[in-house]
Design a protein around this ligand. Structure first.
Ligand code: F6R
Length: 612
């Protein structure tokens, strides 16, 4: 989604804005622009495509000034073009605005403003904002802040806004509703950003604006108030991760770095939540008695986090006997799910800013449900709107395709399910300890798979060229099949479908030919699923499908069937998805590399989907 940055201090603003925008590149964008206050006027440059294009422009004609705003745009209203890029301006050029979000009533406002003589240059919803503020000044607003407040009250939708006024030197205005905005606090300089990584190299303290709040930033002060004008005493938070966490650290891409971080992330979660005597601490703020009486859980999330939710459902049902449902947040929010106040709702989100997930939380709260989220980003909207949060503590995930956040979400569910099973007596303390011993083997097993990346690379490169691929799995590894297919299509742009293997005969079997790579997740299990999966593989083999299997070390059946095999270490059935998916992340990674795609910033994708 769009990235917003802003700076006020004594340094040159343009290089700081560009650096911040570069650090937000991972969010996805199609054009970029900045505006800087320069001796009584606002100067600006915008360019289509990569930031490097804008940098070239600035290298030829630098924009001087120590107060500015910048933006990377991910087109929603109007095609990617220079005219549609931000910043957008008022008619007299005295107000510049950058915006992340969607102004839903922009058409109506635009008509009203056009009738009052405003001319619009772009097709964007954002351009109404500077014109509206300009109109408020014309109609008697006594100051920029009053004009902003009056304008904001007329907007419907979501926004994180950065605003400059030609006539308010050395001041950046900002406001937030429904889209994240952070104020970074420096020494005689202050920043705004839509995401911490944009400014993490410059600050260690930040204010997370709440919905309906705005702020006025000068080099040595930050004043926060509501859009109604009520002063707010902001909470200043220490940023818990370091600048290095948002760097490549020698890896060719962020995605590869983040795949490699998984053993460490999983180990750290185990260390944090399991004490030496085997007690699990999940920090739900809910009493053991609450869990003993709990009858229903509803998990809501999107994309990869939805696959983690599917895994969570299987595990929770299996270990706790509680009825668990999972749904895509975008579906959940528009159906009539018959949720009673006794249902525990678990939103899962890496970013904590996904619009549909947030809307689902708000609905569930209206129904009186408790919200216990699984989330990676401290201070994010999901965290702030939940009763309690299990933090996945992965550090910033910069690669657009989610990897470490996924396995950390799975680990969160594993710990949560074992905690509840212990509390409810579904498992004895000895059984919980057994499970925990097995869970502790997962980080090493993941590390082992990562060590095999060269073997996986060869397989990925061998099968990268076809138009399509099919991923099959069962039970705990059905979500793994969906996630493997999602990773592949996201970064390699090869069409990929994930299917429950038992569904194969009901349709997808028609696709099988010698041209179709079929990725079969068939690790050893204690129940009949392994045998069933073997039968499915035989069906693929009988139709000359190209079988790539993910199998357990030492398996003697799979080599008789599969052309290529990625062997993974044996772990307890329930925990195999955390290990198997890493093989599929790497497979997708190397297929994408062979196809020459932009792995960290795949086309059309945004890291954090803050609009519906
Ligand atoms: C896929 C991916 C997306 C996200 C989805 C939800 O690799 O990253 O599918 O999982 O957009 O995002 P969060 O977890 O931030 O709510």
């Amino acid at each position: 989604m769009c990235g917003v940055v802003g700076y006020i201090g004594s340094k040159e603003a343009a290089p700081i804005l560009i650096d911040g925008l570069q650090r937000l590149e991972y969010r996805g964008y199609d054009s970029a622009g900045i505006a800087v206050l320069n001796g009584g006027k606002i100067v600006s440059d915008k360019e289509m495509g990569r930031l490097a294009n804008l940098e070239k422009l600035l290298a030829k004609a630098p924009l001087a000034g120590s107060c500015g705003i910048g933006h990377t745009r991910w087109a929603t209203h109007g095609a990617p073009s220079q005219l549609n890029s931000h910043p957008h301006f008022s008619s007299d050029g005295a107000i510049a605005v950058v915006h992340n979000g969607i102004i839903e009533n922009y058409a109506e406002l635009r008509n009203e403003l056009a009738a009052k003589g405003h001319r619009f240059l772009s097709e964007t919803d954002t351009e109404t904002v500077p014109h509206l503020i300009e109109q408020e000044l014309k109609e008697g607003a006594a100051s920029p802040i009053e004009a902003v407040q009056r304008a904001l009250k007329k907007l419907r939708g979501a926004y994180a806004l950065g605003i400059l006024f030609r006539d308010a030197p050395d001041t950046v205005y900002c406001a937030r509703l429904g889209s994240p905005l952070i104020i970074g606090l420096g020494e005689k300089e202050n920043f705004i950003a839509s995401d911490v990584p944009a400014i993490i190299n410059r600050i260690s303290k930040a204010i997370y604006l709440n919905d309906g709040e705005m702020a006025v930033l000068r080099a040595d002060s930050v004043e926060v108030c509501t859009i109604e004008g009520e002063a707010v005493e902001p909470e200043v938070k220490e940023i818990s991760f370091k600048a290095e966490d948002a760097e490549h650290a020698g890896f060719e891409t962020f995605m590869l770095k983040e795949i490699h971080e998984q053993p460490r992330v999983l180990r750290a979660l185990l260390e944090k939540h399991v004490s030496a005597d085997g007690t699990i601490e999940i920090g739900s703020g809910l009493s053991p008695d609450y869990f003993r009486k709990l009858r229903r859980i509803m998990i809501v999330s999107c994309g990869t986090a939805y696959h983690a939710g599917m895994y969570g459902k299987l595990l929770l049902e299996n270990l706790t006997g509680i009825a668990v449902e999972t749904d895509l947040a975008s579906e959940f929010r528009y159906r009539d799910p018959k949720i009673d106040p006794g249902t525990l709702v678990i939103p899962v989100s890496q970013s904590g800013e996904t619009a549909d997930t947030l809307a689902s939380i708000r609905m569930a709260k209206d129904w009186g449900c408790k919200i216990f989220s699984i989330c990676n980003v401290e201070g994010s909207s999901v965290v702030r709107e939940s009763d309690a949060t299990f933090f996945t503590n992965c550090g910033p995930e910069i690669g657009v395709a989610s990897t470490k956040a996924y396995t950390a979400q799975q680990m969160a569910f594993a710990l949560f399910a074992l905690y509840i099973a212990g509390v409810r007596g579904n498992l004895t303390p000895e059984q919980v300890k057994d499970y925990l011993d097995d869970l502790h083997e997962v980080p090493d097993a993941v590390h082992y798979v990562i060590q095999k990346k060269e073997e996986i690379r060869v397989i990925g490169e061998k099968h990268h060229d076809g138009p399509s691929s099919l991923y099959l799995g069962r039970k705990f590894n059905f979500p793994t099949a969906l996630e493997g297919a999602l990773k592949n299509k996201e970064i390699s742009y090869q069409h990929a479908e994930g299917y429950a293997a038992g569904e194969m005969k009901h349709g997808p079997i028609a696709l099988i030919s010698e041209a179709l790579p079929v990725i079969c997740i068939c690790t050893k299990t204690a129940d009949e699923v392994y045998e069933k999966m073997l039968s499915n593989i035989k069906e693929v083999e009988a139709r000359n499908g190209r079988i790539i299997a993910v199998a357990t070390e030492g398996d003697t059946e799979i080599p008789k069937l599969a052309g290529d095999i990625i062997y993974v270490p044996e772990v307890r059935d329930e925990f195999t998805p955390m290990v198997n998916v890493v093989a599929l992340q790497l497979l997708a990674y190397y297929a994408a590399r062979a196809r020459g795609t932009d792995i960290d910033k795949p086309r059309n994708l945004a890291k954090s989907v803050t609009v519906e």
